[in-house]
Design a protein around this ligand. Sequence first.
Ligand SMILES: NC(=O)c1ccc[n+]([C@@H]2O[C@H](COP(=O)([O-])OP(=O)(O)OC[C@H]3O[C@@H](n4cnc5c(N)ncnc54)[C@H](O)[C@@H]3O)[C@@H](O)[C@H]2O)c1
Length: 369
Amino acid sequence: MREIEAAWQADELGPVEVVFLRPMPRMEAVVVLDNLALGPAIGGVRLTPTVTAAEVARLARAMTIKNAAAGLPHGGGKAGIMLAPSLAQAPREREMRAFARAIEHLTGYIPGPDMGTDESCMAVVHDEIGRAVGLPAVLGGIPLDELGATGYGLACCASALAEAKVLELEGARVVVQGFGAVGMHAALELRRRGAVVVAVSDSRGAVRRDDGLDVAELAAFKRARGLVAEFPGGDAAARDEIVTLPCEVLVPAAQPDVLTGDNAGRVRAEVILQGANIPATAEAEEIFHRLGILSVPDVIANAGGVICAAVEYAGGGRERAFAAIEEKIGANTAELADRIARTGDLPRRAATEMALSRIRAAQAYRRRF
Ligand SMILES: NC(=O)c1ccc[n+]([C@@H]2O[C@H](COP(=O)([O-])OP(=O)(O)OC[C@H]3O[C@@H](n4cnc5c(N)ncnc54)[C@H](O)[C@@H]3O)[C@@H](O)[C@H]2O)c1
């Protein structure tokens, strides 16, 4: 990491440890253990030719808040591996083994997959040091995208809002931006819970039908043809306009920063369930709050993936993971709705406060002498 002198802000949360490593020639790595008050940190290993310590530190902090907001007994951390571009291509077994051995002593860090690493990388790390999540199924991994863990969690969030009388789920019109692992399973599960999916997009276009798309057929079509726009059971629509269609539930599940100061004022949803990470800018979140649209932050709504990882680490399987998602996202959504009703806070501020209060409570049990 060339910018060793760089650029992260330490505060009362952390980072508690930043470790620079050189596991083998032409390979540099950094591990940031941001906060361990709630337990060992779970966070991904990002492998790119350009990853920086500052980026890893920022992502480690995001994991501290995400794991705490999800109600997990885990702190936040992240690792970055900077490989020369010629080495950044798979297969990378030698490099991952070298990285694993270099972090063996960092027992407060449990690596998972992130950009540039996958389940076979995690299998190799696990083989070396017995510690990793996001493993292949044969090693006890839970294939969360195949099972739709994060989409299922979004539907649990909607059900909790219905229970809190914030939303009527039966017949609610749903718009889903991004019909991938998260968006497709969210649509299927929301439909199962009585909602009506009226529009869906992917990177190549959108499809809508005001009296409801047949989501199971649409999912089969997308799997076979790779796009939603030509689905015969609906009408093609402008990709970027569907987020402004009238609906009760909007699920942005494509990319960061799609809801901005430019389009937020035209959103006509009652509730936004943030499926992607940071799909709305801070300005957009302020606008939603002013308009009375409840935008449930990613750290609460899309926590299905991290909950799965924690269950996997604890030795649980698919059933335990789905039960934990239902229980945790349900409880966290109810607590969030209650906090917002009491304080009038922005949802993101309320979610961060939930996370911080759990971290502070755990911190009180740590040895200080
Ligand atoms: N997979 C998880 O468990 C998980 C958990 C938390 C957060 N996320 C985040 O959620 C987002 C989606 O993840 P995923 O795993 O479903 O990815 P994915 O690649 O399976 O699906 C993304 C979908 O979004 C579509 N898309 C891309 N750009 C678009 C655009 N401009 N307009 C409309 N659609 C567009 C793609 O065509 C694709 O269908 C990502 O930002 C990811 O970081 C994923």
